[in-house]
Design a protein around this ligand. Structure first.
Ligand SMILES: Cc1ncc(COP(=O)(O)O)c(C=O)c1O
Length: 377
């Protein structure tokens, strides 16, 4: 049977990972500045994480959500403490799209409304509701196009105010820093305005922290820099360091009802073991501080390269914007310098999303390779 051919692939087969490196079947070593799309938070095959998952699967890998699983509460408590947030409830699921889909569903249940406001260049996932609030028509099937959604320019507080005045809005959903869209971030005033408008009109504010959350920006959540409190926060990528786990943090004012949400696999024992271990390592190894400190170094090194026109993003969620399209440069870095980087819908942007335990010397190697590679571009 052939695989359903939806991914354009690089001809590389990683078989092993360690820290910030992956190795292919020939033993070639690659520096991972992409983190498998911002997923690897504590580094590949972190020994403590490997042990936690291995020990757990040898005891109990899975049972359904019809029994007590104390690990879910342990995960919720650790997350609350490390994130520095209060008065949220946690619902566990399996992916970023599922987290956002549940966020929209809760907002709609809570308000009794169905209209969702989203923004230019947003990416929230591929399931039916969230793909409807993703700014990419080519990935929406006719089936996805009947949702009640309104798209606005990102960062435009005036347009948002007008749309809210029209009424009937269940939720506003945004990424604080747009990932797939190209690392744009609006002014604090915009996020604050969105918060206020939701309060005034009884709508739900959803922060999609699937990519930016879990310490990647140098804060646990990207919204924390702007001093807002979303009603719902969705999380996934860095949460399991590659183990599929996602979640929705829901304000305590929103009341749960039996059966309102549900999942077979979400929050299972093995996923919780992965999730707890990730939080433990982030805390023990001060990975959030590492993301913040290294960011300054990256910004400074990037300024030495004239072809880089702009550095976007924060922490270890960085976009280097060139004045030419970077597809060929990314290929060159991968095949001639063995460095993985990421792309964005902005074709001139090179995305840097490494494991959060990356060190300065890795970036020294990257900038050296980049300078040499740029001689040919
Ligand atoms: C901000 C954001 N939200 C949601 C998603 C969807 O996550 P998943 O691919 O786990 O469904 C992504 C994936 O790239 C993302 O970047």
């Amino acid at each position: 049977m052939e695989l359903f051919d939806v991914y354009p692939l690089y001809d590389i087969t990683p078989v092993k990972g360690e820290g910030c490196y992956v190795y292919d079947e020939n033993g070639t070593k690659y520096l991972d500045l992409y983190g498998g799309h911002a997923v690897i938070s504590i580094g590949h095959s972190h020994p403590e994480y490997v042990k936690a998952i291995s020990d757990q699967v040898s005891r109990l890998g899975f049972y359904s959500n019809s029994i007590k699983n104390l690990m879910q509460q342990e995960l919720a408590d650790k997350l609350e403490k490390l994130a520095g947030i209060e008065n949220y409830q946690l619902f566990l699921c399996n992916s970023g799209a599922e987290a956002n889909e549940n966020a929209l569903k809760v907002a709609s249940f809570e308000t009794g409304k169905s209209k969702i406001i989203y923004f230019d260049n947003a990416f929230h996932g591929r399931t039916s509701g969230v793909v409807a609030v993703t700014d990419n028509e080519s990935i929406k099937a006719p089936f996805n196009k009947d949702h009640h959604v309104v798209k606005l320019p990102f960062g435009d507080a005036e347009a948002l105010t007008e749309a809210m005045q029209e009424g009937d809005v269940a939720a506003i959903i945004f990424e604080i820093i747009q990932g797939v869209g190209g690392l744009d971030e609006a002014e604090t005033a915009f996020y604050k305005k969105a918060e206020k408008l939701c309060e005034n009109y009884g709508a739900i504010l959803i922060a999609d922290e699937v990519q930016a959350g879990y310490g990647r920006t140098g804060d646990f959540f990207a919204f924390q820099k702007h001093g807002i409190r979303p009603d719902i926060i969705s999380i996934a990528k860095g949460m399991g360091n590659g183990f599929p786990i996602g979640g929705v943090l829901i304000d305590n004012n929103i009341k749960a009802k039996y059966g309102m949400l549900g999942t077979t696999f979400g929050g299972n024992h093995l996923a919780c073991a992965a999730g707890i271990s990730v939080l433990d390592v982030i805390e023990k190894e001060n990975l959030i501080e590492n993301a913040s400190e290294l960011s300054e170094y990256i910004q400074q090194k990037a300024k030495e390269i004239p072809q880089i026109k702009k550095v976007k993003g924060r922490g270890l969620m960085i976009g280097l914007e060139f004045d030419f399209e970077v597809a060929a440069l990314r290929k060159d870095l991968l095949f001639n310098y063995q460095i993985f980087t990421g792309a964005a819908s902005n074709k001139k942007l090179l995305r840097i999303l490494p494991p959060l335990n990356i060190q300065k010397e890795h970036f020294e190697a990257f900038f050296k390779a980049l300078k040499t590679a740029l001689e040919n571009h």
